[in-house]
Write a protein that binds this ligand. Structure first.
Ligand code: ADP
Length: 576
């Protein structure tokens, strides 16, 4: 145990005492936490103050879900747990969707929440904002812990850090009742209770026979395919992944948040021939990607019925969750890919030319279709034309981070906007959840200092739109582009009655005025040329901006690419 100086912790009480607030901050600092996202209120306001006074950057939000989403995105980007601070009761509850989303996406984050008096809560005596927070959080977190004594603060923080980041990363809930924060103990003894965890995410080497087995399966493949998922992006093993892909010559398909791990322009990328690659591959190497709904559960007819799967994952229980895994590779991606790369010397892989040609032909055909769509210039503008303009600007800014949410705004941007750099695309992820936009954008700007472009559907933006005030208050280099077709999916549904139809918002809404309200810059654009110029200017300014991009309300399809998951629309069309 490395003891930590308690010199900063003597603001309250006699000089030789330290209180819970200061000990929490000392424990966070000992574990390299340099930023905390949150909203203050009873009982954690002083925790934010003490953190800020001690040099931790505190970013205050307008709604806790966004603060939690920011912490989760920080975890994905930095491979260190992002920390979110919430108040008791409702503030805690608002943080839970983000905690659950982080856990689902395997992002390391810690929600630290103040909570009400245990004695009153447990007898249901009606305390201020009382909820049994520990048990409420449990189903949504990788683990949930409560600190009941000041002398356990260092241990509680260490345990939360270790759990969030080791093995399969996830969201951890750490409950600290207000009275524990207010307790005091001898400062020197308090310092002894805080420690820095050693080797937070230990390497996990694959068994040599598992590597051997995987290479043998690969060597027999006639139509091999590598699928890179966001676990591969998270692992920060970019060089060895690239070396393996290039040395093996196997075509690769990036899942959306793995785009840029190798550039989308890479000759082995088959992103533009996705359906064919998936349908025809006979051997699939999954690297940090689950065979969940995003990959059609590995089922035919989307996949070939006799496809063999090799899976690299740090969580062995993931294997066989959907399909038989012919060659499971349990371990961390850096170690496994190193072993696979080295194993190629003795187990060379030859990719048949016919497979490469088949994919290349489909890629060329789909690329040509895409170019045609992007070249159209209809009035009013539609999704492709707006995205074509955004793509042109982003090509000059490969270091810009892209945040993306919506239905059509997500599905189409994912295909149109290429990524050249790893971990520069953040989107709705495993759940396809709306509302991550501003939280993720804030984290990307805070953690990296690079420009961020958030490509938002107008409906999606609404879930976290008030955080534009946060973006403006901290003067973050975030440009929010709102693809405004005036509705959920689209804005032209005819109403049955005097109220607007359920999918309809306001296609004439001037979202850019929200930025202006808080001191940011607003743009309203109606053509690709105007969008290009506004976006170039906004990125160059490194200041907060919203570009409201007026689209045809008839542009877009219901449920985006997920129409098959929408039972209501199927029933209506079958009945009508
Ligand atoms: P995508 O949605 O991009 O397909 P998923 O979130 O489904 O990706 O899958 C990510 C997988 O990566 C998870 O199963 C997770 O356990 C795994 N993973 C995360 N980090 C690592 C790591 N460092 N090494 C190995 N596997 C990892």
């Amino acid at each position: 145990m490395t003891a930590v100086s308690a010199s900063a912790g003597q603001a309250r009480g006699p000089a030789r005492l330290i209180d819970g607030f200061h000990l929490v901050v000392e424990a966070l600092k000992a574990n390299d936490v340099d930023t905390v996202y949150g909203i203050v209120g009873i009982p954690i306001t002083d925790l934010a103050r003490v953190a800020q006074a001690s040099g931790i950057r505190y970013i205050g939000f307008r709604q806790e879900t966004s603060a939690g989403n920011a912490a989760a995105a920080a975890g994905f980007l930095t491979r260190r747990p992002g920390v979110c601070l919430t108040t008791s009761g409702p503030g805690f509850l608002n943080g839970l969707p983000a905690l659950a989303n982080a856990t689902t996406n395997c992002f390391p984050m810690i929600q630290i929440s103040g909570s009400s008096n245990r004695a009153l809560v447990d007898l249901q005596r009606g305390d201020y904002q009382d909820i049994d927070q520990l048990n409420a959080a449990r189903p949504f977190a990788k683990a949930a812990y409560r600190i009941n004594r000041i002398e356990d603060i260092g241990r509680g923080v260490a345990r939360a850090m270790r759990t969030a980041i080791s093995g399969r990363p996830g969201g951890v809930y750490l409950d600290i009742p207000g009275d524990v924060l207010g307790q005091a103990m001898d400062a020197a003894a308090g310092a002894e209770t805080v420690w820095r965890i050693v080797d937070p995410a230990p390497r996990q080497l694959p068994a040599p026979e598992a590597v051997e087995r995987a290479l043998r399966v690969l060597a027999r493949a006639e139509r091999p395919l590598i699928v890179l998922g966001k676990g591969a992006a998270y692992a920060q093993a970019d060089d060895v992944i690239r070396e393996f892909v290039e040395a093996s010559g196997i075509p690769f398909l990036p899942m959306s948040m793995a785009k840029g791990l190798l550039p989308d322009s890479h000759p082995q990328s088959v992103a533009a021939a996705r359906s064919l690659a998936v349908a025809r591959a006979d051997t699939v190497l999954l690297v940090g990607a689950r065979l969940n709904w995003l990959l059609g559960h590995g089922d035919s007819p989307q996949w070939s019925a006799d496809a063999k799967f090799i899976q690299v994952d740090i969580a062995p229980a993931e294997f066989d969750s959907n399909q038989p895994i012919a060659a499971p590779l349990a371990g961390d991606i850096g170690s496994v890919m190193t072993a696979l790369r080295d194993g190629l010397a003795t187990h060379p892989v030859t990719v048949p030319a016919q497979w490469i040609e088949e994919l290349a032909e489909r890629t060329a055909r789909n690329d040509a279709k895409m170019r045609e769509r992007l070249a159209e210039d209809p009035r009013p503008m539609r999704f492709y034309n707006a995205l074509g303009a955004i793509r042109a600007v982003l090509q000059d800014h490969p270091d810009a981070y892209v945040v993306n949410e919506g239905a059509n705004a997500l599905d189409l941007a994912r295909n149109v906007i290429g990524m050249d750099v790893p971990r520069h695309r953040l989107d709705t992820g495993t759940w396809g959840v709306m509302g991550i936009g501003m939280g993720y954008a804030i984290a990307a700007a805070v953690e990296t200092g690079q420009p961020v472009v958030a490509i938002e559907g107008d409906s999606a933006f609404g879930f976290s739109g008030m955080e534009v005030e946060t973006i403006c208050r901290y003067r973050l280099p975030v440009t929010v582009v709102i693809l405004n077709n005036g509705g959920v999916y689209r804005g032209d549904e005819t109403a049955n009655g005097s109220d607007p139809a359920p999918t309809v918002l306001n296609a004439r809404a001037r979202h850019e005025l929200i930025a202006e309200a808080f001191g940011g810059k607003g743009y309203h654009v109606t053509t690709p040329a105007e969008l290009r110029s506004a976006l170039s200017e906004a990125i160059a300014s490194r200041a907060p901006a919203i570009i409201d991009c007026e689209l045809d309300p008839a542009a877009g399809v219901e449920s985006g690419h997920l129409a098959s998951l929408n039972p209501a629309s199927k029933a209506i069309s079958a009945g009508g």
